[in-house]
Design a protein around this ligand. Sequence first.
Ligand code: UDX
Length: 431
Amino acid sequence: MATIAIIGTGYVGLTTGACFSHLGHDVVCADIDEEKVARLRIGEIPIVEKGLDRLVDEGIRSGTLRFVVGAAEASKSAEFHYLCVPTPQGADGAADLSYLEGAAAEIGPVLPDNSVVVNKSTVPVGSTRVVSRVLGRSDAAVVSNPEFLREGTAVADFLQPDRVVIGSRDAEAAIRVASLYARIAAPVMVTDPVSAETIKYASNAFLASKLSFVNAIATLCEAVGADVNDVVLGMGYDSRIGREFLRPGPGWGGSCFPKDTRALANIAKEAGYDFRFLDEVLRVNDDQFDRTAQKVLDAIDPSMVDTHIAALGLTFKAGTDDLRESPAVEILRRVRSAGIRVKAYDPAVVPDDNRLVEMYPDLDIELASDPYAAAEGASMMTILTEWDEFTGLDFDKMAEIMLGKTIVDARNLLEPSIPRRRGFVYRGVGR
Ligand code: UDX
């Protein structure tokens, strides 16, 4: 059992802390937000994440998971120090390291001898060196151990990962970090810090590229009359391509892909390589937002332009309440710019949830408490997030209450024959 300090209790920090405590380690999580810490201490979790509440509860009860205010408080008696602070995108597209440097500066003076400081946040290539310098502790090893957690399945991704990547120049420190994962059955790969940091960015940028490619193929399918669902099924049988991450949609988003893809383009530029491929991946994604918004606008009968549209889904994907860089918001922003009113429903964003207004003050859409309230009197309906509950909608009822009869299903979620049988015109992506 090791003693671990987790600095930052966002998605990554909280999941990492709860999972390490579940694996039998003694974990102290620190945050600067006093109110958040007070709530975490009584097991109140600020995010929607499957299985996380159970692990936090289990850790609090057994005393192996504690929450404190301030990084120094957590670090003063730990052996491992996981930096899980945000690395937001700065004005120039590069990641902003001020939180990371701030955390390192705070824990440097209090670290017990021979501590291991671990970068878990997605940090630009070369950041272990920055952390080392700011820590000012020659006895402390700084190791990169990137996360590959998806929101919504973060706990499962942590406990059953495809791989654990450790970047360290110090073999002993790498072995110590690897031992934290001893109860996890996954390949552990040890490399140098720069390669570990590159693995993280390259993985996310590759997945984003795969999605832009699939969305471009969906556009091609529409142009030539092919069905993208069959096309990706046929492609996915090839083990070199794989089945995962081939679902076309309204464009990809979330707190990682857009930020990390832009950051990697920036890292490359600064290193003297013009990674134009990534610029194009980002541009294809923007085009996908434009194209989806246009599909929505085209579906509105000209006699109904003064009527609202019904938008189902606001989060950047299903299974999370996260609205950051949400494709749904991107589409609705464009629809709003065309002067169309929007009533939206999302199971994770209830009408009195003011996060949407705080994050997107200019969006100006109305929130509904259920899909039917959004659809009542609507000129059309668009599905923007792939929530399971939308597959069970009662289209007989929808046909009665909606004014227009077109559905733009930007996630290919519905079986087209179901709304069509009720007289709807159905438009999916790439089919
Ligand atoms: C991602 C990475 O998957 C994870 O490894 C990394 O550590 C953090 O970033 P996450 O942001 O939670 O995780 O979302 P992910 O499930 O990867 O989806 C990203 C976006 O791609 C979403 O907008 C999603 O809707 C979209 N997507 C995903 C598709 O459009 N089609 C797919 O087949 C898969």
